[in-house]
Design a protein around this ligand. Structure first.
Ligand SMILES: CC(C)(COP(=O)(O)OP(=O)(O)OC[C@H]1O[C@@H](n2cnc3c(N)ncnc32)[C@H](O)[C@@H]1O)[C@@H](O)C(=O)NCCC(=O)NCCS
Ligand SMILES: Nc1ncnc2c1ncn2[C@@H]1O[C@H](COP(=O)(O)OP(=O)(O)OP(=O)(O)O)[C@@H](O)[C@H]1O
Length: 203
C-alpha cells in the first residue's frame, strides 16, 4: 500500500498507527536521511554538489541549510533529488527485497504523486488536512511558516493527490478522529490480505 499526503498532512501519524497494528512501514523520509548519514557516499555526493556550507562542524549534513537552498531553487532541488532518489530506491530494494509472509507493507512516500508512482501500489491512501491547519501543525513542530509554504509550493496539490487516491483520510480533526479512520483502514487491509491475491476485496 502507498501512503502519501502534503507536508504536515499527518502521514507520520497514520503510519505510526498502522505500525502499532503490525504493518511493516517503509518510511521514505527516514531512508532519505539514512542515505546521507555521516560516512556515506550519498553525503559525499551532496557535499561535492553543494559545497562545505551544507555540512555541520561535525561533518554531518546541515539539513536546515540544505533545505533553505533547495526549496528556494528548483534546479538545486532537482540536483539534490538526482543524488538522493536513486539511492533511496536502491536502499528500499535492498532492505525489503525478501517478502515477509502475510506482512502488510506500507510505503510512506511524501512525493508518491510527484514521482508518478501512483500506479505502483495495489492501494493508494492519501491523508489530507486544510492548508492553514497543516501550517499551524508544522509551526508547532518547529518549521517556520515561510519554509513550510516554500515546500508546499513544490509539491502536488490536493486535487492531484485525490486523482490517484483509492482511500482518503481526513485529518482536519483531532488524532482520535484520525486513528478511528486508520483503524477502519487496517481492518480493510487485513480483509484484503486474507481474501488472497487476485481477489479485489471491496474497501
Ligand atoms: C532538503 C532536506 C535535507 C531537508 O531536510 P529536513 O530535515 O528539513 O526535512 P525532512 O527530510 O524531514 O522532510 C520533511 C518534509 O519535507 C518535504 N520534502 C522533503 N524533500 C522534498 C522534496 N524534494 N520536494 C518536496 N518536498 C520535500 C516532505 O513533505 C517531507 O515529508 C531533505 O528534505 C532532503 O534531503 N530532501 C531530498 C530527498 C527527498 O526528496 N525526500 C523526500 C522523500 S523521498
Ligand atoms: N489530528 C492532529 N491533531 C493535532 N496535531 C496533529 C494531528 N495530526 C498530526 N499532527 C501533528 O502535526 C505535525 C505534522 O504531522 P505529521 O508529522 O504526521 O505529518 P507528515 O505528513 O508526516 O509531515 P511531513 O511531510 O513533514 O513528513 C506533527 O507534529 C503531528 O504531531
Amino acid at each position: 500500500m502507498g501512503l502519501t499526503g502534503g507536508i504536515g498532512s499527518g502521514k507520520s501519524a497514520v503510519s505510526a498507527r498502522l505500525a502499532e497494528h503490525g504493518a511493516v512501514v517503509v518510511d521514505a523520509d527516514k531512508l532519505a536521511r539514512d542515505v546521507v548519514a555521516p560516512g556515506t557516499p550519498g553525503l559525499a555526493a551532496v557535499a561535492e554538489a553543494f559545497g562545505p556550507g551544507v555540512l555541520l562542524p561535525d561533518g554531518g549534513l546541515d539539513r536546515a541549510a540544505l533545505g533553505q537552498i533547495v526549496f528556494a531553487d528548483p534546479a538545486a532541488r532537482r540536483r539534490l533529488e538526482g543524488i538522493t532518489h536513486p539511492l533511496i530506491r536502491d536502499e528500499t530494494a535492498r532492505r525489503f527485497a525478501a517478502p515477509v509472509p502475510d506482512a502488510i507493507v506500507v510505503h510512506d512516500i511524501p512525493l508518491l504523486v510527484e514521482a508518478g508512482m501512483g500506479e505502483g501500489y495495489d492501494l493508494v491512501v492519501v491523508v489530507e488536512a486544510p492548508r492553514q491547519l497543516r501550517l499551524e501543525r508544522l509551526a508547532s513542530r518547529g518549521l517556520p511558516r515561510d519554509q513550510a509554504e516554500a515546500r508546499m509550493a513544490t509539491q502536488a496539490d490536493d486535487a492531484a493527490r485525490r486523482a490517484v487516491a483509492d482511500v482518503l483520510l481526513d485529518n482536519s480533526g483531532d488524532l482520535t478522529g484520525l486513528y478511528a479512520q486508520v483503524d477502519a483502514l487496517w481492518h480493510d487491509l487485513v480483509a484484503r490480505r486474507d481474501a488472497g491475491p487476485g481477489t479485489d476485496a471491496p474497501l
